[in-house]
Design a protein around this ligand. Structure first.
Ligand SMILES: CC(C)(COP(=O)(O)OP(=O)(O)OC[C@H]1O[C@@H](n2cnc3c(N)ncnc32)[C@H](O)[C@@H]1OP(=O)(O)O)[C@@H](O)C(=O)NCCC(=O)NCCS
Length: 176
């Protein structure tokens, strides 16, 4: 198995995240706007990284030491932007995107998610993990569902039409 390691994002990663915003597969995963030329258009990565806290932080996935992907981990009940609106406590919400196109489809995302999910459930109070892929991203739905996530609700987040998925702790623990 390839060596995939997750580490916390640091200020020097901002340039990488900016560069990945221009990757067509990242843009497609983030917006249904066919004219978009950049993903996470409002993101100031320097600021996002310096604003990290225990309720919202970024992870960088490295394959044999090369940064290849990013994740955001939030506590959706507590994080200050209240992106998820009214939502129960003791959840985590994840987002994941690989940067270089040559990293796609080689098991790196599965390895990153597996480590991140284990880390989320290491906190005993966490009952489930939620994610919000665009409804138009069936490849991602298949990816999440293979990990045990189940679709629970189609929902608009601003202009984004998303298919919310949820992974229950019991389901994850029964998996192995
Ligand atoms: C989704 C993603 C993290 C999966 O990681 P990965 O390393 O490519 O996936 P793995 O090799 O572990 O697993 C393969 C599965 O990933 C999914 N996948 C592969 N390429 C993908 C792509 N460009 N976009 C979305 N999902 C993809 C498919 O479900 C694939 O399964 P399949 O063989 O049945 O087609 C990665 O493909 C990615 O970053 N895609 C673009 C951004 C994205 O869609 N993020 C999710 C938004 S919520």
């Amino acid at each position: 198995m390839k060596s995939v390691r997750l580490r916390r994002a640091v200020p020097a990663d901002a340039a990488l995240l900016h560069a990945w915003d221009a990757e067509p597969h990242v843009i497609k995963a983030v917006t249904d706007d066919p004219t978009a030329e950049e993903a996470f258009i409002d993101a100031d990565w320097e600021q996002e990284i310096s604003d990290q806290s225990p309720v919202s932080f970024f992870l960088i996935g490295e394959e044999n030491g090369r940064p290849v992907g990013s994740m955001q981990v939030i506590d959706p009940h507590l994080e200050p932007t209240h992106y998820w609106g009214e939502i129960e406590p003791n959840l985590r919400a994840l987002d994941i995107w690989l940067g270089p196109a040559d990293a796609l489809g080689r098991g790196i995302g599965t390895a990153m998610m597996t480590q991140a999910i284990d880390a989320c459930f290491a906190a005993p109070e966490v009952t489930a993990i939620v994610i919000d892929p665009l409804s138009s991203n069936p490849d991602a739905h298949r990816f999440y569902q293979r990990l045990g996530f189940r679709p629970v609700e189609r929902r608009l987040f601003g202009p984004d039409d998303c298919l919310v998925h949820r992974l229950e702790r019991a389901h994850w623990e029964a998996r192995s």
